[in-house]
Design a protein around this ligand. Sequence first.
Ligand code: DX5
Ligand code: ZN
Length: 217
Amino acid sequence: MRKILISPSFLSANFLNLAADIKMINDSQADWFHLDVMDGVFVPNISFGFPIISHIKKMAQKPLDVHIMIVNPDNYIQEFAKVGADILTVHYEACPHLHRTVQKIKSEAMKAGVSLNPHTSVSLLENVIEDLDLVLIMSVNPGFGGQSFIPYTYKKVAELRKMIDQTGSHALIQVDGGVNTENSKLLFNAGADVLVAGSSVFKSENPAQAIIDLKKI
Ligand code: DX5
Ligand code: ZN
């Protein structure tokens, strides 16, 4: 039976006390740690980089799901492996030689993910889908937490589900941006496997319960 995985985004965590939030995720029903790296070039925001990730790695008891919104990702793949990324997701729009980038991620013993901006068609992944471990469908324009979910995402998830099932690819479908309990079930029904949630987890009164609620599908 398919089940849903939850990957809380640390972009909305408390940076004055990351240890408390890491412990909360370790003790919760969450499956992965979602870490958003932004370079101020590919997206209009700058978040955090290697030092923060390597510190989180020391305490995290679950896989690090690292989403890099940066140009020239190939230059940094080795370093992301070194600081402890388990899954490394690059943006389709930042990779002119995507096949090579994916192979490079795998050669560093990480799982390889590719992310699509809202305007980027799922069909563009047809020739590489069998090499991917994960496809991240952005349900907001990347760069910031707390934005509203774009409803067209359901169609993209369903289309990607069809492509994956038809090709026998083992890629997981992840959705990121504006995910909450109002759209989680619909996303699962459309074919999603992993939901990223930033504000709906960390800004809630009871984050551990918010994770449980997102898992009720
Ligand atoms: C946005 C990031 C997201 C972000 C999601 O560019 O990729 O992971 O933290 O935050 P929410 O869940 O608040 O939309
Ligand atoms: Zn993200």
